[in-house]
Design a protein around this ligand. Structure first.
Ligand code: SF4
Length: 372
């Protein structure tokens, strides 16, 4: 059974009624079991994401902190995103790179990729996340394989956040040096997914939903997934993402599974968030995920403010982006005037983020994995 069958079973589930039926006593019961390291089930995740659990954020935070220290130590891995192309044939209504937005598009040459990579590596970062829009004619498999081979000169971990591919294509990228895959479902609610992906290959809900499975089957070491908070109801989307992560962890036990909590930020030509995820709900989601899956990687991007990121360091996050640019060639090739996919809120340098991590009593990790 693929995750598609499981996800379909929840499309008609009454999340609102379920969340509002949870009582404080049930939350206490779940916290008792989480604190004694008993495994939690999907009903427990619903309980932790309910409005009733919002009164228990302090005890949830304490358990989350303990679980995270136990499984990850007091470490935070650092990575940088690198955009190599903003060509895209999709019409995602929430993205500044969508095919309807008019701006001069860029695809880096292999020489420019090398220069960008060197500029990022000079900051000390050894984990890179490569991003493209979806334009297979502009960024075909061969170009991406060449890019990966360049990246292996500078980085010990190469993650891909590119358009969904087949398992065979992923095997080629793995062979060229990539070791992990990020793919956000964006929104698990099928009707909203259809509305915000009106045209282009990304409008195929199921093909996208099964992409993490194809990546895991192709042999990637790590797979990172997540909803884009702002599109669907935050609590039910957080539940579906947790369900998806649990499914992947159980189906591919050799793969390191992570979740991200991207919140929509402003971008040129894009819609505003339909459902705001408050800071409080953000923290609740992070804690609920940690209690539900103690070994889960949790990634936090520079979409969030510096002050907010500093507070979250004790609550279960395991990976931070740092010194991020979200425009193509933003580190070295171009410096101003290009279109960004989303606005960066934490604009601190890699050194500043690393100093904050040390100041918080944690160790910043620039490299915790070697491909070869
Ligand atoms: S979210 Fe990705 S696929 Fe959608 S328009 Fe933006 S770059 Fe293209």
């Amino acid at each position: 059974m693929s995750f598609s069958t499981l996800a379909d079973a929840y499309q008609s589930f009454d999340f609102s009624a379920c969340f509002h039926s949870v009582h404080a006593s049930e939350v206490r019961n779940v916290l008792d079991r989480a604190g004694s390291q008993a495994p939690l089930d999907t009903r427990d995740l619903l309980t932790l994401l309910s409005p009733a659990a919002q009164d228990f954020l302090e005890p949830m935070a304490q358990i989350a902190k303990n679980l995270t220290c136990q499984h990850f130590g007091k470490t935070i891995s650092l990575y940088a995103p690198m955009y190599i192309s903003d060509f895209c044939c999709n019409h995602c209504t929430y993205c500044g790179f969508n095919a309807n937005t008019r701006f001069p598009r860029t695809r880096l040459t292999l020489e420019q990729i090398d220069r960008e990579a060197r500029a990022i590596a000079d900051t000390g970062i050894r984990h890179i996340l490569i991003l493209t829009g979806e334009a297979p004619k502009k960024t075909p498999l061969s170009y991406l394989e060449d890019m990966c081979r360049i990246m292996t000169r500078y980085f010990s971990s190469i993650a891909l956040e590119i358009y969904p591919m087949t398992e065979t294509e992923y095997r080629g990228l793995k062979q060229a040096g990539a070791d992990s895959l990020t793919v956000y479902q964006e929104v698990y609610d099928k009707s909203i997914y259809k509305a915000v992906h009106p045209k282009g290959p990304k409008s195929d809900y199921t093909f996208r939903l099964l992409t993490p499975e194809r990546g895991a089957a192709a042999g990637f070491r790590a797979v990172n997934i997540g909803p884009l908070f702002g599109l669907g109801d935050p609590a039910s989307e957080a539940f579906m993402a947790g369900l998806h992560a649990r499914y992947l962890e159980q189906t591919y036990p050799h793969v390191e599974i992570s979740l991200s909590l991207p919140r929509m930020t402003r971008a040129g030509g894009a819609i505003s968030p339909r459902h705001l995820l408050s800071d409080r709900q953000f923290v609740q989601t992070l804690l609920a995920w940690r209690l539900f899956m103690p070994r889960l990687g949790i990634t936090l991007s520079t979409r969030e403010s510096a002050a907010f990121r500093d507070q979250l360091i004790h609550l279960g996050v395991t990976r931070y982006s740092a010194g991020s640019r979200t425009d193509v060639g933003g580190y070295h090739v171009h410096t101003t005037g290009t279109t960004v996919q989303f606005e960066v809120t934490d604009t601190r340098s890699v050194n500043e983020v690393a100093a904050m991590i040390r100041h918080s009593g944690y160790q910043p990790v620039f490299k915790d994995w070697e491909i070869f």
